[in-house]
Design a protein. Structure first.
Ligand SMILES: C[S@@+](CC[C@H](N)C(=O)[O-])C[C@H]1O[C@@H](n2cnc3c(N)ncnc32)[C@H](O)[C@@H]1O
Length: 296
């Protein structure tokens, strides 16, 4: 999934759920924590499970490691990290949205995972001690913020020499729909415009190796996947669902009127209901790299 971009400070908007629940800490995740957005974030952990398994295997996560997930959302991959690091390891989750932090805590408590803690913080400046993790992982945060390099720099600061950084990000370069449909095309173009206006790079997936390289990492690897969700699979409509969640912003920025959005959404969903329609929502990139040991 792409998630939804964090609005640059001078463009910040809040939905009604945010107004009810948010603290004063900026910047806010654009869509906040509406029930639909929370549910979508929780279920995407299952939907992207195979990608994450592959990424953690590429890294070779070991029992006993200390792992950090930045921007973990209400669930993220905390439970998957715990499975890999085992009872002798430890996992920390961090998110800027206090409601997501509370939900992630509830999630790990419900699963009975003792060696996980979830804290509130900004992935660009966590205030966690430098060189304190064997693995720093992040999914679908770099695509959603205007300054991804700052998060990558913080990841590098936090990982121990010899430790690993792992990222999973979307790339909107292949939002395929075949046969094409004008409503789906218009909506994907709207999504691209929203990201552009927020200063977020919807094509960031392909830039991951470059970002890790520029940050000074070594042993960099990359893998890209293009999922083709079958009829009735939740990811088939992920682009439309994200746009639904962003509807207030679409209207506020006058990209579409509410009536236009509703009509386009209905038309596009009806096209996607046709089992003969083939969808690739976006590309998924996984990249990993290691912080070099200090030279003698
Ligand atoms: C698209 S969601 C992805 C959540 C989770 N990584 C996953 O893949 O399920 C993006 C998350 O980033 C969080 N976020 C946005 N900006 C952040 C920042 N500066 N620092 C920490 N978390 C941030 C949001 O609150 C949200 O939970």
């Amino acid at each position: 999934m792409l998630g939804t971009p964090v609005t640059a400070p001078n463009q910040r908007t809040r939905d009604s759920a945010d107004r009810d629940t948010a603290t004063a800490a900026p910047p806010l995740y654009t869509i906040g924590s509406s029930a639909a957005e929370r549910d979508r974030l929780r279920s995407q952990t299952d939907e992207l499970h195979e990608h994450t398994v592959a990424l953690l295997e590429h890294v070779g996560v070991q029992p006993g490691w200390k792992a950090l997930e930045l921007a973990c959302g209400p669930r993220g991959v905390l439970e998957m990290l715990v499975q890999h690091v085992g009872p002798s390891g430890a996992v920390t989750g961090l998110d800027i949205n206090p409601l997501h932090v509370t939900q992630a805590r509830q999630h790990v408590t419900a699963l009975g995972l003792p060696n996980v803690s979830v804290i509130q913080g900004d992935a660009r400046r966590t205030a966690l001690p430098a060189a304190s993790f064997d693995l720093v992982y992040a999914r679908l945060i770099l695509v959603n913020i205007p300054d991804p390099e700052r998060v990558v720099a913080e990841m590098v600061r936090l990982v121990k020499p010899g430790g690993w950084i792992a990222c999973e990000e979307a790339d909107g370069g292949a939002m395929l729909c075949h046969p094409p449909h004008p409503a789906y095309t218009r909506l994907t173009n709207t999504l691209k415009a929203l990201y552009r206006r927020d200063g977020a790079d919807i094509f960031i997936g392909r830039r991951l190796p470059e970002l890790l390289d520029t940050a000074g990492l070594v042993d960099i690897g990359v893998e890209a996947r293009a999922d083709v969700p079958p009829p009735d699979h939740p990811r088939r409509t992920v682009i439309l669902d994200i746009l639904q969640a962003m509807s207030p912003k679409i209207i506020e920025q006058r990209l579409l009127s509410a009536a236009e959005h509703d009509q386009l959404d209905r038309n596009a969903r009806s096209h996607l209901d046709d089992p003969h329609t083939m969808i690739v929502p976006h590309l998924s990139f996984m990249a990993w790299g290691r912080k070099a040991h200090q030279s003698a």
